[in-house]
Design a protein around this ligand. Structure first.
Ligand code: SF4
Length: 468
């Protein structure tokens, strides 16, 4: 189980290339960091949908023999992050259904704010659901729309949903690309020769040799068919709210997200952190992978050398709780270069801190290796609220703000000091783009207030329904 906010899904689509499914597999590999629990591809060949879905990382879920069997010049794909309860094959996308206009495949990145309420209404009218995914809600809304054309039914369905949605839909004669009006999650469109290519991040376009054209705009619907691509803007303009966490931690470092290069931003978050919260340190160590670019900026600004003194080991099983009740947390599997840290003061830098179990373990390892002091520096403000727009954040009782003060967090980590980038510092680094970005998990300024969703009631099998 992850201890930090985790992306929930990535999408990739190709229209107009005979190797569409193979390109999808490559693109999904580049989006692997957005979800490792399942992957799928659907292609259309001579009007028929061909699908392969599997659990696990892309190479396991989509073996090349299966991908080569997905003929056709159009395909869409999906990588999935699953909350524990949903790690089942039937929740892996793209979903394929038989719509009144023929077969239809759909892939979704995001989260609906009113999904449970819509589902309950649909079920009351007789809709039967086979997954617990928000995406199926969209399909049922599409199926029950009174509009006549496919495009109008889709727009009618999406008018009813609230929240974050980047969607790819594929039929025998078109690919439809949709981004929600506030643009919470990223989505890019490009060209690869005559083919159209769409991806959650620009790194995936580059991976298949596609030229980036532009972002799919918030509130835009792009219809791609034999006649080319057409852009529709069916929703009134809404304030943009791209997810700041994409910049801080979620997107791949070589991507351009919401018009800004992620690599440079992460470095500058670290520089700003060193200005705001300097540490009395002899060297700077990144938390492996997640803290590397912020540590680079922190070291450059502070003058202390950056060292790669912590290494991630191959994944190992979680340590079982012992007699003293410790180590129910995941064992992060790190090693320390002892000669680097012995007797020295360390600034340990990460991109964000929510639960802190991994950080706590690293502080412990550094102390065991003889570090004279460990100062934890975090290149993001403290997370004070959950995300409702497609990022899996820990429950409120796991957030620092609900577990005590920053001093309580420092004590939990066992660090000599703990300090975060300020919200003002985050905005200063984001510059003119800051007002167009969501920072709700740091500020509690939610762009769309979540609805109070009705409790889902599970009737016992073979039992009596309430009131009977
Ligand atoms: S609440 Fe946080 S994680 Fe969610 S979209 Fe906003 S910035 Fe991103």
């Amino acid at each position: 189980m992850t201890t930090e906010p985790t992306e929930e899904c990535g999408v990739f689509g190709v229209w107009g290339d005979p190797a569409a499914a193979q390109l999808c597999a490559i693109g999904l590999g580049a989006l692997q960091h957005r979800g490792e629990h399942g992957a799928g591809i659907v292609s259309f060949d001579e009007g028929k949908a061909r699908s392969h879905r599997g659990l696990g990382r892309v190479e396991a879920a989509l073996p090349s023999a299966a991908v080569h069997g997905l003929d056709g010049a159009a395909a869409i794909g999906h990588v999935r992050y699953a909350r524990e309860a949903n790690a089942e094959l039937n929740n892996v996308q793209p979903f394929v259904v038989n719509d009144r206009d023929g077969a239809l495949a759909i892939a979704h990145n995001g989260q609906l704010l009113n999904g449970a309420r819509l589902r309950q209404g649909l079920e009351a009218k007789g809709s039967l659901f086979s997954t617990n995914s928000d995406t199926e809600v969209i399909l049922h809304l599409l199926a029950t729309s009174g509009q006549s054309t496919f495009t109008n039914r889709l727009i009618d369905a999406l008018y009813k949903v609230e929240g974050a949605h980047c969607l790819l839909l594929l039929t025998a004669d078109k690919m439809v690309v949709v981004r929600d009006p506030m643009g919470f999650r990223p989505l890019m469109i490009g060209r690869r020769g005559p083919a159209w290519v769409v991806a959650s991040e620009s790194c995936a376009l580059e991976q298949v040799g596609a030229d980036q054209l532009r972002e799919v705009l918030p509130g835009e619907v792009i219809l791609v068919d034999r006649g080319g691509a057409r852009s529709l803007r069916p929703w009134p303009e809404a304030p943009r709210r791209g997810c700041t966490f994409e910049h801080l931690r979620l997107a791949r470092a070589d991507s351009v997200v919401f018009g800004q290069g992620v690599y440079g931003l992460r470095r500058r978050f670290g520089e700003r952190l060193a200005q705001e919260q300097p540490a009395d340190a002899d060297l700077v160590l990144p938390v492996p992978e997640s803290g590397e670019l912020a540590a680079l900026g922190f070291a450059a600004q502070s003058g202390a050398p950056l060292e790669l003194g912590l290494r991630r080991l191959a994944e190992i099983a979680p340590v079982r709780a012992g007699a003293r009740g410790r180590s129910t947390a995941p064992n992060p599997g790190f090693s320390v270069v002892r000669s680097l840290v012995l007797g020295r003061r360390v600034a340990l830098v990460d991109a964000s801190l929510v639960r802190g179990e991994t950080c706590r373990r690293l502080v412990e390892l550094l102390r065991e290796a003889g570090a004279a002091a460990v100062h934890v520096r975090v290149a993001a403000p403290p997370v004070v609220g959950p995300c409702f727009y497609g990022v899996d954040t820990p429950p409120p009782d796991a957030l620092w703000v609900n577990r005590g003060s920053i001093e309580g967090a420092r004590h939990f980590l066992g660090a000599d000091s703990l300090a975060f980038l300020s919200l003002e510092g985050l905005h200063a680094v984001e510059g003119a783009a800051a007002p167009t970005l969501c920072d709700a998990c740091f500020s509690l300024r939610y762009p769309i207030l979540p609805q109070v969703e009705p409790e889902r009631v599970q009737l016992p099998l073979f039992g009596s329904a309430p009131g009977t």
